[in-house]
Design a protein around this ligand. Structure first.
Ligand code: GDD
Ligand code: MG
Length: 358
């Protein structure tokens, strides 16, 4: 029986205000909590038992996923009262694992959308009889990730977490296969970083740690820009997911939503349950959460509009995050990087950048 651990205890600070009331992996992404896509992929790879390592907003996970049977999984939950870090979180769930000491256990960061072949990663792990096998991908700017140089046989030479001058573009993609006994060897009951302590410690001890390199679709959804892109790519089918609640296409319109006949909803946008898009409005590459309102003539591009939030008539948003139940009045213009706090109210014509502003 194959088991997996999902690390979902982070606070998701870069995604505030969306993560004020909701854990990052529970934010609806292409119509379902993000984690659903990862759980569906784990199930498809043969995982039967998943342990969720929760901390921040822990209760929201079990309330939604229950025993996991709807996804064909058995899900157990463990909550850290104080966050124990990535390594501490992994160690803290060891008591619920049923695998034997030499069995492989798959571990996922809970905010990664990846199309890589988990079965091939497991096969490589077994082939090398490794202690740990990490999925590695390549990115243009590796500074925000764990940089992982390899030798010619694919053995990991170093693990350099968020280093300013990375020696390679090859990075830790946040999916590991661990030998179960290696999980048990992480010190219990204290804060441990798997990236800064466990991996460097294993390498120093000469343990067999290998990289499984695959450049499939890969995205860390930790920032608003990445979150919007991930949702868009799921709706458009750029990355496949069996958890998508509708057919792949230009838009995903959930139950009870209302889109005016002459509104344009494109670019992989999602219109949440009960949300409305008014006459002549444009919604492009965006996420409207449940009950959001986009009034007539408004333009929403590459943005997230929180649950129950309202975007006023003729208002333009581009690259913006609007928190839950916020109200943006008519004729505003908010551009890349702006965040409107949950419940905030912006009067009409309060913010405009265009030269033709009147
Ligand atoms: N249970 C638990 N407890 N989970 C945690 C904790 C904790 O204290 N802290 C973080 N996590 C979870 C987060 O919820 C997330 O799913 C995962 O661990 C990784 O944390 P992030 O905060 O998203 O880390 P990152 O994106 O900066 O870096 C990590 O991921 C990169 C790939 O996306 C590192 O593993 C990098 O090495 C890696 O390149
Ligand atoms: Mg992350």
């Amino acid at each position: 029986m194959l088991e997996a651990i999902l690390l979902v205890g982070g606070k998701g600070t870069r995604l505030r205000p969306l993560t004020l009331t909701c854990a990052k992996p529970m934010i609806p992404t292409a119509g379902v909590p993000f984690l659903t896509h990862q759980l569906a992929r784990a199930a498809a790879a043969g995982v039967e038992h998943v342990v969720l390592a929760t901390s921040y907003r822990a209760e929201t996970f079990s309330a939604h996923f229950g025993d996991g049977s709807q996804l064909g999984l058995r899900i157990s939950y463990v909550t850290e009262t104080e966050p124990l870090g990535t390594g501490g979180g992994i160690r803290n769930v060891a008591g619920l694992l049923e695998s034997g000491p030499d069995d492989p256990v798959v571990i996922f960061n809970g905010d990664v959308l990846s199309g890589h072949d988990i079965g091939a990663q497991l096969a490589l792990h077994r082939e090398h009889d490794a202690d740990v096998t990490l999925h590695l991908t390549e990115v243009d700017d590796p500074r925000a990730f764990g940089c992982v140089p390899l030798d010619d046989d694919g053995r990991v030479l170093e693990f350099l977490e968020k280093t300013p001058d990375p020696p390679t573009n090859r990075i830790n993609a946040g999916c590991y296969v661990f030998r179960r006994s290696v999980i048990d060897a992480i010190p219990a009951g204290k804060v441990v970083s798997v990236e800064r302590e466990t991996f460097p410690g294993l390498l120093e001890a000469g343990a067999p740690v290998y990289g499984y390199v695959e450049r499939a679709y890969w995205l860390d959804l930790g920032t608003p820009e990445a979150f919007v892109k991930g949702s868009r790519d799921l709706v458009l089918g750029t990355i496949a997911s069996t958890a998508l609640p509708g057919p792949v296409g230009e838009r995903l319109v959930l139950e009870g939503a209302h889109v005016a006949a002459d509104a344009q909803v494109t670019g992989g946008s999602t219109v949440g349950a009960g949300a409305t898009v008014g006459a002549g409005a444009v919604v492009d590459g965006s996420v409207l959460l449940d009950g959001a309102v986009v009034e007539d003539g408004a333009v929403v591009r590459s943005s997230v509009v929180g649950a129950g939030a309202a975007v006023g008539r003729e208002t333009v948003l581009d690259g913006v995050v609007v928190g839950e139940a916020a109200r943006i009045g008519a004729h505003n213009e908010l551009l890349a990087g702006a965040r409107v706090w949950a419940g905030a109210e912006l009067p009409e014509k309060a913010v405009r950048f265009s030269s033709d502003a009147s």
